[in-house]
Each structure stands twice: as structure tokens, then as C-alpha cells.
Write a protein that binds this ligand. Structure first.
Ligand SMILES: *Cc1c(COP(=O)(O)O)cnc(C)c1O
Length: 393
């Protein structure tokens, strides 16, 4: 049986997959089962921060695996404590809860917001305002938080207590905050799955002011935008705000499952023993890898991420068939004349692996991608975009 046959017989059919079987890689270069190489422009959906099989990261994980791979949360382990310390030191947040995924991090933030509001205002103040077109995860509560009907149908009834405002329309948030008894507002600085839509500073700072005035918690979902992706350690750092809760996951682990909730001053003591937990959360091997990733996201490295993003924009701006480019750093969305799905498929045939988000091409390469391969990937992508624009137009 081939791997593809094995999948079609035994793996649940929940993903539309490209006809590529990856077997190995180094950095931004990935090899398939037929021995073809690709330049990775997706990093496992913003997960492989330093690309495939990064030596420093793999050594950190493997040393920890040989010493202590798991303890449960009944005991202390050093990498978990050190990672929490590093996250707080780098952000000014006060405490951290570790989970295994973005959805779980958001679940914890939602539970924290509900408890905080119940204690400070009363049990009926549970509504959380999220944005239309957002994406917060696949569990029942985070699905409810996700402001896209396409994910909701077939899974009703959803968890109660979520209402959806228009992104970049402060009056829409204000009016929902007046109509409902609210606990929090939850936003992505750049809507990733929603199509790489960047929130404006006026909107984000307006929401932060509203939260301050009404004592609503400001929850920032940095699952995709976090960990250096946008050229700052966390995307909220591009804005003049201090979140009450930050959730992150994807790129933090460099390729292993981790999620984290960062608690600010208001929420740092909201959860008490027994309120929340996770068997694998704070796993020492995963945390040792994440510590290595975080230690390498230095100011100089992040400047380089920003520069690479600017170079990509510049290279694509004049290309025939490119309508617009959105995003920050190495999280970019490209709206094209040609069909994004067809462009991605052809790009894969030509040896690069870009992603899609809604009707856009989405680029999330490893942050340490070499300039040479970045330029090569962009010239292949440009040619494909141009080709597809003339055959559609
Ligand atoms: C991917 C993503 C999630 C869900 O993360 P999982 O690890 O798949 O559960 C949540 N929020 C945002 C913004 C994401 O991009």
C-alpha cells in the first residue's frame, strides 16, 4: 500500500491534501517521496519557526528527551518554569499557562475571562465579543468564538456567549458592548485564516480604550501572529496596547505541540488549583525546544524578518496579476487576478509550497529562510501569478 492509499483507507477524511508526501528536509528545503525538493513557504502553517530539522532546536529537545520527557503537572520541571519566565520577561505579562494547541490556549483564555467577569461583575457577564471572519480554533467553544458561519453549520448548538463585531469598525464593538453583558473582547491582530486582514491601529487602540473603560478583558489571539512572525515578538507590540490575556501556539514550539496563555496583572491570579489543567501541558521536552526558539528571536533577527517581508512586498508589487498585498513581516496575503487555488497548485508543481487563506495566497515561510531561497521562491511565485492572470483575463 502506498502512503496515499493508506491515508484514503485509514486516515479520517478531514483535510483536503495536496498530492505531496514529504519525507525530510533541512531549513526551508523540503524533500518529497520522489526525491523532489521544494522551498517551504508555509512552515507547517507558521509552526516550523526555524525550518525543518533545525539542529540547535533538535539538540535542545533531544537532550531533554534523554533526561526527562514527561512529568505530569503533579511535579515541577525546570524547562517549563524557565519558558514561563522567558515569556513573561520578554512581554511584561505576569504568568503563563501551558497547553498543547492554539484552540486549547483560547479555551483557557475564555474560561479565565468568564471567571474574572463572574467574580468582578456577576455570573451573567459572560459574553465575549469576537470579530467576523476571525478564527480561534476547532473545539466547541473556540468554534463559537470563530466568527465564520461556514465552520458552525452541522455542529450546533455551539457554546453560548459569543457575539461578532465588524473588524476595523469600532462602533460595531461599542454597540455590542452596550447590548450585551460582556466579559471580554477577543481579537487577532492579523486575521490569518480569515485572509491575512490586518487590524488598524485606530481600531485596536479604540478597542483597548473601550476595554479599559468598561473593565472588559482584552484577549489577543497570537496563535498565528506570535513568536516573531510579524517582525515583532508578538504582533500586539506593533500597537500601543497592553492585553490582559495573550494566547499563542503554532511557532512557539518550533515544530512540537504547545500552546500558552499569558496572563496580565488583572488576570494573573484568576485561575486557582483545580480550575484548569492539561496532562501534557508544560511538557519538558517541548518547553526545552520552545526556550531555544525564543532565545533566538533577538531584536536583530526580528529586524531581518521585517526586512524580508518588505523585500517580498517590493518584489511582488509590480507583478502583473497581483491586486494587493496584506500582512506584516513574514505573514503575507496576496490577492490575485488568477484563482488562488490554481496558483498554489501550479506553484507546487514548480517547486515551492505556499498556502492559501480565503481567496488569497498566504506566505508563512520559516523565519530564518535564506535570502537566496526567498528570492528564488518569489520569482517562481511571480511567474505563476502572471501566467494565471493572463489565462484568466
Ligand atoms: C491555528 C489557529 C488557532 C488554532 O490552533 P490549533 O493549534 O490548531 O488548535 C487559533 N487561533 C488562530 C489565530 C490560529 O491561527
Amino acid at each position: 500500500m502506498t502512503t496515499k492509499e493508506c491515508f484514503s483507507q485509514y486516515v479520517a477524511n478531514t483535510y483536503a491534501r495536496f498530492p505531496v508526501e514529504l519525507v525530510s528536509g533541512k531549513g526551508e528545503l523540503l524533500r518529497d517521496a520522489d526525491g523532489r525538493d521544494y522551498i517551504d513557504m508555509g512552515a507547517g502553517i507558521a509552526v516550523n519557526t526555524f525550518g525543518m530539522a533545525d539542529k540547535e532546536w533538535a539538540d535542545a529537545v533531544s537532550a531533554q528527551l534523554h533526561a526527562l520527557q514527561h512529568t505530569s503537572n503533579l511535579y515541577y520541571n525546570e524547562p517549563c518554569g524557565r519558558l514561563a519566565e522567558a515569556l513573561c520577561t520578554r512581554t511584561g505579562m505576569k504568568k503563563v499557562f501551558f497547553s498543547n494547541s492554539g484552540a486549547e490556549a483560547n479555551e483557557c483564555a475564555i474560561k479565565t475571562a468568564r471567571k474574572y467577569a463572574a467574580k468582578t461583575k456577576g455570573g451573567d457577564y459572560y459574553t465575549i465579543i469576537t470579530l467576523k471572519n476571525s478564527f480561534h480554533g476547532r473545539t466547541l467553544a473556540t468554534l463559537a468564538a470563530t466568527g465564520q458561519d461556514t465552520f458552525h453549520h452541522d455542529f450546533l448548538p455551539l457554546t453560548q456567549g459569543f457575539v461578532y463585531a465588524e473588524a476595523n469598525d469600532l462602533s460595531s464593538v461599542v454597540s455590542l458592548a452596550r447590548q450585551h453583558k460582556c466579559a471580554a473582547v477577543m481579537i487577532e491582530m492579523i486575521q490569518g485564516e480569515g485572509g491575512v486582514n490586518v487590524l488598524t491601529p485606530e481600531f485596536v487602540e479604540g478597542v483597548a480604550r473601550l476595554c479599559e473603560e468598561e473593565d472588559l478583558l482584552l484577549i489577543v489571539d497570537e496563535v498565528q501572529t506570535g513568536n516573531g512572525r510579524t517582525g515583532k515578538l508578538y504582533a500586539y507590540m506593533h500597537y500601543d496596547i497592553t492585553p490582559d490575556l495573550v494566547t499563542t501556539a503554532k511557532g512557539l514550539g518550533g515544530g512540537l505541540p504547545i500552546g500558552a496563555v499569558l496572563f496580565g496583572e488583572k488576570t494573573k491570579d484568576t485561575l486557582k488549583p483545580g480550575d484548569h489543567g492539561s496532562t501534557f501541558g508544560g511538557n519538558p521536552a517541548v518547553c526545552a525546544g520552545a526556550l531555544n526558539i525564543l532565545s533566538r528571536l533577538t531584536p536583530d533577527f526580528l529586524d531581518e524578518v521585517e526586512k524580508k517581508g518588505e523585500a517580498v512586498r517590493k518584489a511582488l508589487q509590480g507583478v502583473k496579476g497581483v491586486r494587493s498585498i496584506t500582512g506584516m513581516g513574514l505573514m503575507l496575503g496576496i490577492e490575485t487576478d488568477g484563482d488562488a487555488g490554481e496558483i498554489v497548485s501550479l506553484a507546487i508543481e514548480r517547486g515551492i509550497l505556499p498556502l492559501k487563506a480565503k481567496n488569497k495566497i498566504r506566505l508563512l515561510p520559516p523565519l530564518n529562510i535564506s535570502w537566496e531561497n526567498l528570492n528564488k521562491a518569489i520569482s517562481i511565485l511571480s511567474a505563476v501569478i502572471e501566467e494565471k492572470s493572463s489565462c484568466n483575463g
